[in-house]
Design a protein around this ligand. Structure first.
Ligand code: LLP
Length: 445
């Protein structure tokens, strides 16, 4: 698979990212280690903005923080002029602590808590992406109490479901997210909100799926949303000023994936936007998009150290590494596949078929089935590519393993942006009730 970003093989025959030898990174910071190519992230931010803004000046690229939310990443999104989509109070606090401007924060979620809504209102975040009527009423109530206005977009389900290489238009809207468009829920919510003095309605949002290569599905979603915007104006007199088409653009994990083109995406969607605006005699709305994976996915690489190797002659060779399900649950969850490079033997020819196993106490903890690699020995460093999105953010402490560190690399320098957890950290929130303390009985006697 061709290299992405600043990745290359250096004079020592080692994998290098951002001018840093990954074998050195593994030695200095330990493994497993998430390595993020900062120049590549910035380049994707710029490419996304350019693709949209060159065709429709009134556009905003909003980074979907759920893909990889850390304070350093919020700084980059801010410096690159992106907005920020947050999915929880935790992501809001992370952004605010990083100095991310509240007015460019978009708050998503199908069951936002009252406490999180209140915190977000007090922080004056830019938009509440309202998912349902329960939330709308709670938000209105809070806004009145606090004597502020809540600025909202409505998340609707347009009835387009996209899969990696196909899409389907569904009549029924079987999703936990959003207000149904066809069944009148969305219209009802807009009407209700327009009559609420604590709520300011700006527009509509939809998100049709993730890791999508079938660009046509975005176009269809855009058309359906514009038809609905026209209907809202006919029925209520209200003209939506913004349309948010969510995220979803697909990236490359293995050789057979072809990274989606952001230029093709922008031209397809913006053509549809203008065509529909003309057809309905509507002003062209502000266009918002929320890429996550596309911005950080391929910029991330996970480094592991090879440990035990179990050869079952005639059956399979298992090579175990010092990470697994806890830093990458995507293999177990979605059957995800990855391109693997032996970082310290990056020039060697592949000679054997192996299966890379994780270290968790669970047979399903596998990282890659049947990959062709150079001969492996304990101590080798494996690099899994395209682990920048939904890896650190989905990591866990299963088996009470400690979460890995994250480093940003750029121009030959590495900066720690998340410290490695210690086992002490893992147990830090535990409490033992008095009656269970080891010496309790002895002390009360
Ligand atoms: N906007 C909304 C409302 C979303 O729900 C999502 C992702 C995005 C934007 C960003 O989508 P992206 O551009 O990253 O595809 N854990 C899964 C992915 C879940 C995506 C959830 N929503 C995975 O590891 O593949």
């Amino acid at each position: 698979m061709g290299f992405y970003g600043t990745m290359r093989i250096n004079e020592k025959g080692h994998l290098e990212i951002g001018g840093c030898d990954t074998v050195d990174l593994a030695r200095v910071y330990g493994t497993p280690l998430y390595v993020m190519d900062e120049a590549a992230i910035r380049q994707e931010c710029r490419a996304f903005r350019r693709a949209l803004e060159s065709r429709h000046a009134d556009s905003e690229v909003i980074y979907a923080g759920k893909a990889f939310s850390t304070m350093a990443m919020c700084r980059i999104a801010d410096e690159e002029g992106l907005g920020l989509d947050v999915a929880s109070g935790g992501e809001i606090v992370t952004a605010l602590k990083a100095g991310f401007p509240a007015e460019r924060i978009y708050f998503h979620g199908n069951n936002k808590s009252r406490a999180d809504l209140e915190m977000a209102l007090r922080a004056r975040i830019g938009r509440f992406m309202v998912d349902n009527l329960y939330e709308l009423e709670m938000l209105h109530d809070l806004a009145r109490q606090l004597r502020v206005k809540a600025h909202v977009d409505f998340r609707v389900t347009p009835g387009v479901e996209a899969h990696t290489h196909e899409y389907i238009r569904t009549g029924q809207l079987d999703s936990k997210f959003g207000l149904g468009l066809q069944n009148g829920q969305a219209m009802m919510a807009v009407e209700k909100a327009l009559a609420m003095d604590g709520i300011v309605v700006h527009g509509l949002h939809c998100h049709i799926g993730s890791q999508i290569f079938e660009l046509e599905s975005f176009k269809v979603a855009c058309e359906i949303m514009m038809d609905f915007i026209a209907k809202v104006r006919r029925e209520t007199g209200f003209t939506c000023e913004e349309l948010n088409l969510g995220g979803g653009l697909g990236v490359r994990y293995v050789e057979s994936d072809v990274r989606a083109s952001v230029e093709d995406y922008a031209s397809l969607v913006i053509d549809a936007l203008y065509r529909k605006a003309r057809e309905h005699n509507l002003p062209v709305p502000r266009l918002l998009v929320e890429p996550g994976r596309y911005i950080v996915g391929q910029a991330g690489t996970t480094l592991y150290t090879v440990g035990s190797i179990k050869d079952i002659p005639g059956i399979r060779k298992y090579v175990a590494v010092d990470g697994g399900y806890t830093d990458n649950p995507r293999v177990a969850l979605y059957g995800a596949r990855y391109h693997v490079i032996v970082a310290n033997k990056a020039n060697y020819d592949p000679v054997e078929l192996v299966t890379i196993a994780g270290r968790c106490c669970e047979s399903g903890d596998m990282l890659a089935w049947d990959v062709r690699l150079p001969r492996l020995e304990p101590g080798d460093i494996l690099a899994f590519l395209t682990t920048g999105a939904y890896h650190y953010s989905m990591s866990s402490n299963y088996n009470r393993f400690a979460r890995p560190a994250v480093v940003f690399v750029r121009d030959g320098e590495a900066d720690l942006v998340v410290e490695r957890e210690s086992y002490e950290d893992v147990a830090a929130h535990d409490r033992i009730p008095q009656r269970l303390l080891k010496h309790h009985l002895a002390s009360v006697r």
